[in-house]
Ligand binder design. Structure first.
Ligand code: ADE
Length: 254
């Protein structure tokens, strides 16, 4: 069972997420648990205050340390979680990061930061600061959703067909290949012949060709880090020369 704790001042933000699609099925199956923790439940004053003014002056309010530490200590009674805090300048979240989190054998605690910020002392309990991209959200809740969604689908048993995870974009450093469903011809646009051939060796080759081609066209910088096989490199060379998949088959007598 993989357990996520989300520390937030907006627990209701996660209700729809927990009750929809793959995530809700994973929760029902007992593979995943999502424990949304209301930061206000760890305040001690009548007004349930979670923020305060900035020492030294400055605009906005900061999340106070005490409720966060109290919540953390409470959660840690069942073992120390791996602690993330959402920040726009954190480590950029990507598929590699998602795999690392999916494979951790500890609970994951995500502290949702606020646009104005969090008292710096909270960082003493944080393992990693995480960002979902170079833009500023008003709070960390959407980032926490993104992170949990990407991680949950990697946990064994969550997505029925494990092949579909392996075929995901980024899972081997390349983008995915295009897919089609019926009808075979729609508004004059035809499903590629090869996909209807029933020849699975050929289909796999075509899909790989498309992965290399898509990546070159849309995200060429990914090719530098991708683990390309000899075959991938041959494809890449021919795609760069403007050759077609048919040319590739002919050249290598496939
Ligand atoms: N908080 C504000 N902006 C963020 C971002 N881009 N990623 C994660 N947390 C954030």
């Amino acid at each position: 069972m993989k357990k996520f704790h989300v520390l937030t001042i907006f627990p209701e933000f996660f209700e729809c997420f927990k009750n929809t699609g793959i995530v809700s099925r994973a929760v029902e199956k007992g593979i995943v648990q999502i424990n949304t923790v209301n930061l206000r439940d760890y305040t001690t004053d009548k007004h349930r205050t979670v923020d305060d003014v900035v020492y030294g002056g400055g605009p906005g309010m900061l999340l106070k340390p005490e409720p966060i530490f109290r919540a953390y200590e409470d959660i840690s009674q069942n073992g120390k979680p791996y602690v993330l805090i959402t920040e726009p300048w954190g480590r950029k979240f990507d598929q590699q990061f998602a795999w690392e989190l999916a494979e951790k054998d500890r609970d994951i605690l995500i502290i949702c930061g606020r646009y104005e910020g969090v008292d710096e002392r909270v960082k003493s309990i944080v393992d990693e600061e995480v960002s979902i991209g170079d833009f500023v959200l008003s709070g960390g809740e959407p980032a926490a959703l993104v992170i949990m969604d990407a991680v949950i689908r990697l946990i064994p048993g969550v997505v029925g067909d494990e092949d579909s995870i392996r075929a995901d974009s980024f899972s081997d450093g390349l983008l995915g290949y295009p897919n089609y469903t019926r009808p075979a011809v729609y508004k004059g646009m035809e499903v590629p012949e090869v996909l209807r051939s029933g020849n699975h060796k050929l289909i796999n080759l075509w899909r790989r060709w498309k992965q290399v081609e898509n990546t070159l066209k849309k995200r060429p910088e990914l090719l530098e880090k991708a683990d390309l096989t000899q075959n991938d490199k041959k494809m890449l060379e021919m795609i760069k020369e403007g050759k077609t998949f048919e040319d590739f088959l002919k050249k290598y007598k496939l």
